[in-house]
Ligand binder design. Structure first.
Ligand SMILES: Cc1cc2nc3c(=O)[nH]c(=O)nc-3n(C[C@H](O)[C@H](O)[C@H](O)COP(=O)(O)OP(=O)(O)OC[C@H]3O[C@@H](n4cnc5c(N)ncnc54)[C@H](O)[C@@H]3O)c2cc1C
Length: 434
């Protein structure tokens, strides 16, 4: 029987290298990222990307023939946990959303020509991409409502529609757009994904939508990119830009989103751990009412609850990763949904406690906590609202239950009558019933 929580020593050494690299080389860049020019930024980050490549860790979520390591989800989960410490780490490791998901999508569904044209340059970091699915007019939680259409005209598709929250859309070279290609069938068979180069006539990047995380977002912002509102007006692309076959949109979306959700969740654990480290350091440093904060039971409660939350999320995440490795992402839907929901709650709670322990300082921009807190709020919406994931969990769970014929199965008088009948030869039934 295999039941093993250990990491093999070779991979553990790799993780140790990543941990030290993130802490020593990447975290310091956070404080200057918005003060340097694009050229200076490239000069700072290109050598770091080269070091990551030299370690064989660039875009390592992909299969070896695409330059990755073909790591399974468990290894990726452990890696993403460390990268999650800083939002700057994933781009330096070639696995930032949405590029990593789009690369996986093209790797799974793209033909050879599409791989040469978009996937290879994406992996080399020569192109940037975005995923354009959500529309402002209809509930993103129910993608069967998607309205953006792609109508066949000769050997071209003509796309019309309105999207928003296309993350990185304003800085992307191409957009992967979810469209209706056949309105006469159920959307599960009638939606498709099409690659649209951003400079195609008719693609109108209206704005980067300002958000709680980036209230002053503006188009063209380098890092982190904004969430673009885009109008597609008579946008013509060749039929060869369709990924997979017409009608494959939902199947591809499922394959793309499963691993992506898990990687997000593992990065949340890294973020939470960073907040937790800050919480503990402050508890040991701040003195009030005759003792350190660390000696107050209420603060000890914060520490214990936070560690329990992080450890629970970590186990849920690793279990989801392991399940995906065993049976694939669609059969691991419940496990992925559970960590998606629990991970967001855990992240928010841990950062909140860390802010509380820092008092007013925690509320200021002198610490990264306030930004982490604002960013964390999006996790309850991004990759699908928590409530929708709870629906998935409940639906999957209920498949293994049946309605009771009449009274509940556990109805005590009914069970007692059955027990008395069964053991009548061994017990004095009349005495027990009197
Ligand atoms: C930071 C960020 C980045 C994003 N990046 C992208 C991206 O790159 N590409 C992209 O296409 N989209 C992106 N999105 C959009 C995201 O996928 C949607 O916001 C999400 O799917 C929810 O859709 P909605 O916003 O239309 O909310 P709605 O669907 O209108 O839902 C609103 C609320 O209704 C409730 N609700 C909905 N359905 C149910 C239900 N069945 N049962 C119970 N309650 C329900 C939930 O509480 C939900 O929060 C991003 C969003 C954010 C916040």
């Amino acid at each position: 029987m295999a039941w093993d929580f250990s990491t093999d020593p070779e991979f553990a050494a790799k993780l140790e290298w990543v941990r030290s690299f993130v802490d020593r080389e990447i975290l310091p860049l956070e404080t200057i990222q918005f003060d340097v020019s694009d050229e200076e930024w490239a000069a700072l980050t290109t050598p770091l990307k080269d070091k990551v490549r030299a370690e064989g860790l660039w875009a390592c979520h992909l299969d070896p023939e695409l330059g990755g390591q073909g790591y399974g989800q468990v290894k990726l989960a452990l890696l993403h946990e460390i990268l999650g410490r800083s939002p700057l780490a994933p781009p330096i490791f070639g696995n930032q959303a949405p590029d990593s998901g789009n690369a996986e999508l093209l790797a799974i569904g793209g033909n050879e020509e599409q791989k040469q044209r978009w996937l290879r340059p994406l992996l080399d970091g020569r192109l940037r991409s975005a995923f354009s699915m959500t529309e402002p007019e209809v509930a993103g939680s129910d993608p069967t409502l998607i309205r953006t259409s792609a109508v066949l005209d000769g050997d071209e598709y003509v796309i019309n529609g309105h999207k928003w929250f296309t993350s990185c859309g304003s800085t992307a070279d191409f957009l992967v757009v979810m469209v209706v290609t056949n309105p006469d069938v159920h959307p599960y068979q009638g939606c498709s994904m099409i690659v649209v180069p951003t400079d195609t006539p008719g693609v109108d990047i209206v704005r980067d939508v300002p958000t709680m995380h980036h209230p002053h977002a503006h188009p063209g912002r380098r890092e982190p990119a904004g969430h673009a509102e885009i109008r597609y007006r008579d946008v013509r692309v060749p039929t060869g830009n369709l990924i997979g076959r017409p009608g494959d949109g939902f199947v591809l979306a499922q394959k793309r989103l499963g691993p992506g959700r898990l990687h997000h969740a593992m990065r949340w654990i890294g973020q939470a751990r960073r907040a937790f480290d800050m919480l503990c350091e402050r508890a040991l440093s701040r003195y009030s009412h005759g003792s350190l904060l660390a000696e107050k039971q209420m603060i000890q409660d914060f520490i214990a609850e936070s560690l329990i939350d992080i450890s629970t999320a970590r186990l849920l995440c690793l279990n989801a990763a392991w399940t995906m490795d065993q049976v694939g992402s669609s059969k691991a839907r419940t496990e992925i949904a559970m960590i998606k929901v629990y991970g967001t709650r855990m992240l928010f709670n841990v950062i909140d406690r860390a802010i509380q322990v820092h008092g007013a300082l925690g509320y200021t921009t002198d610490l990264p906590l306030e930004e982490m807190y604002r960013a964390a709020r999006a996790s309850r919406l991004v990759d699908g609202a928590d409530e929708v994931h709870k629906v998935t969990i409940a639906r999957q769970v209920l498949k293994s239950y049946r309605a009771a014929a009449e009274l509940p199965t556990e109805h005590v008088p009914t069970r007692r009558a059955a027990a008395l009948e069964r053991f009548a030869e061994l017990v004095d039934v009349a005495a027990l019933n009197s």
